[in-house]
Design a protein around this ligand. Structure first.
Ligand SMILES: Nc1ncnc2c1ncn2[C@@H]1O[C@H](COP(=O)(O)OP(=O)(O)O)[C@@H](O)[C@H]1O
Ligand SMILES: [Mg+2]
Length: 247
């Protein structure tokens, strides 16, 4: 089995007494797509914040490519190849689509010299891949919700990450926008064969199609883990979801 590229051990985070993440172990391997599911409030987003560096854990540790990064700032994690998107897209309203992707690509390499052709080409390719080429000159504030999501993914990919954390990328999208997102994710899965992805997603059709492994969280803990089929059959998992509209 391939070595874990991102690993969490015993992660805990409480908010004034609420144990949002309550002792989570998790390993993401090169090229593996893992879906993270669980009812609202299960602690999924908090876990992503702990992995991405937006929050510091109360206990436990995070390792990236074998190195401990538990207290490393989010920006440094991103530069090292740990990219993520947010439940609410984090963009600059006045910057254009192309400017976002270029800035992400050049992160930490700004100079007064013209942008190297190699970087320009990489940006155009990424815009095309994320179906944003026609909208490249639009400002982020002018984009539809679906295109903002695509842009956020383009920004995350621009740094050529080793690990990508996606927090509910399909949330709030129209059916047509979800289809567009799925085309992009399928391509990514096929072509970026070494990228490890952690995908928070409620739509089980999407989970079954994209993820080989599913981790189920409930009340801050990992309740179950396995193939999509195994998890779907698990009576405990079914009980947790009973009466909710998810799964
Ligand atoms: N910044 C915060 N302050 C206080 N409570 C929070 C904060 N973030 C999350 N929580 C609480 O932690 C729990 C887990 O939330 P979250 O990680 O957002 O769950 P999920 O993404 O699975 O819906 C919830 O009870 C939520 O209310
Ligand atoms: Mg969430």
């Amino acid at each position: 089995m391939k070595a874990a590229v991102l690993e969490a051990r015993g992660l805990r985070k409480a908010f004034s007494g609420v144990r949002a993440v309550d002792g989570v172990d998790l390993a993401l391997r090169e090229g593996e797509w893992t879906a993270l599911i669980g009812p609202n409030g299960a602690g999924k987003t908090t876990l992503l914040h702990l992995l991405g560096g937006q929050l510091r854990p109360d206990a436990g540790s995070v390792y990236f490519q074998g190195e401990e990064i538990t207290r490393r700032p989010a920006e440094r994690r991103a530069r090292a190849g740990l990219a993520r998107t947010f439940q609410v897209p984090a963009l600059f309203p006045e910057l254009t689509v192309r400017e976002h992707v270029l800035a992400a690509r050049l992160r930490g390499r700004w100079t007064l010299r013209p942008v190297p052709n190699r970087d320009r080409e990489a940006v155009e390719e990424l815009l095309a891949r994320c179906r944003l080429r026609e909208k490249a000159s639009r400002r982020a504030e002018e984009l539809s919700h679906g295109d903002r999501r695509l842009l956020e993914i383009a920004v995350a990919l621009a740094s050529e990450p080793r690990v990508l954390l996606l927090d509910e990328p399909a949330a709030g999208l129209s059916p047509a926008e979800v289809d567009g997102l799925l085309v992009l994710l399928r391509e990514l899965r096929r072509e970026r064969t070494s990228l490890a992805v952690l995908l928070v997603e409620h739509d089980m059709d999407v989970v079954f199609e994209l993820a080989e492994r599913v981790v189920v969280m409930h009340r801050g803990r990992v309740l179950a883990e396995g193939s999509p089929e195994e998890v779907h059959r698990d009576p405990e998992v079914q009980a947790v979801y009973l009466g909710t509209r998810e799964l």
